[in-house]
Design a protein around this ligand. Sequence first.
Ligand SMILES: [Zn+2]
Length: 466
Amino acid sequence: MKLYNSISRKKEEFIPQVEQEVKMYVCGPTVYDFFHIGNARPFIVFDSLRRYFEYLGYKVDYIQNFTDVDDKIIKRSHEENVPAIRISEKYIDAYFQDADALGINRATYHPRVTENMDEIIEFIAVLEQKGYAYESGGDVYFDTKKFNQYGKLSGQDMDALEVGARIELDNRKKNGTDFVLWKAKKEGEPSWNSPWGEGRPGWHIECSVMSTKYLGDTLDIHAGGQDLIFPHHENEIAQSEAYTGKPYVRYWLHNGYINIDNQKMSKSKGNFFTVRDILKQFDGEVIRFFMLSSHYRNPINFSKDLIESAQNGLERLYNTKEHLEHLLEHSAVVSMSEDEQTTFNELSQYRDKFMAAMDDDLNTADAIATIFELARDINKVVSDDNSNEFLEHAKSLLMELSAVLGFLYRTKGSLDDDIETMIKKRNEARRNKNWAVADAIRDELLSNGIILEDTPQGVKWSRALD
Ligand SMILES: [Zn+2]
């Protein structure tokens, strides 16, 4: 399998440190709000890479952190007048709900900053002992001049970086590119005791500490959004390699940006969507399908039209699956004929094509195109006359490839059944003149994008489109 390594700027054959094992770290969310569509991209893309490794028989140790100590969390806690820990707990729960809806599997472990404070302090203390860090006014900074490979990931020259950083140089730092490892306590902020007094860690240090704690000094893969290359990942390399004296990461993977209606997403432009917003209108599986329809390194444009076409595409695959299920209900329980065996062997070639796409730097766009070709050919060849063994094999192949990307797991009508059940409960409440319950059910359905209409023929429901 070839992967594009950001640090060498080329596709390289993936060779893990231990055969058939992958140690992989992905930067997780800062939990001060629901995560947005831009955050969702790396979570979905690298979950798919992990699934593919597992499909190939690798054992994958997959770590994704929660940043639960941060300026934005503290700001939010002041605005809402609740402790910071309540904010982070709320949005960690929300992360899992939304990630589940997007079919993102749980990481092997999701470490949090607040649970790793001793390790973070110890790490900074070692950097200080080794001369890579210095204290200044209760803060501790990493001395980037001491790490002579600083800039190697982002491909930037130290002098150019220094000129850029000088503009905002604050006098507590020795060099413009130095970054904070430990921040002295400010009034009203959560803080921890340390050799440098009370304070809290800077952002970058947590990923160096938690990745090496769970995965060892050298990771096979470190992944995240392209916006993290500098300074976050550059700083992670400096901290980790200064601490261990060993290479930190073998393969750096970064996904491209998301635009909204061809514009950069920003809160001020009002084109800022949380996954939770979009889930009111579209199934999480549709969002996932949309994300994987482009190569992960390309920029991706998010628009209502494009996500609707993703929905249509996914429905076509479900139609093939459901058609096979329908034929299976009526098929004869017999083995494949010789002709069927030949046809199935032909269909199986799509597996090789699918894997070739995935092996080429996780080309999920081509992998999806291959699943469509498979579905098209299945539609062409199947009929009432097929044996049940042939139909089962065709269905398994379609499901097998789709599952690698996290699609087609929905069972027939499961969502619709839930809606019907709620409508029945509401009808019963209405008959009993229990209007509060009836209204509550209507509201709950509405919040999930389901609109009820009371007609003379009974209740009809539809999905809200806007
Ligand atoms: Zn990180």
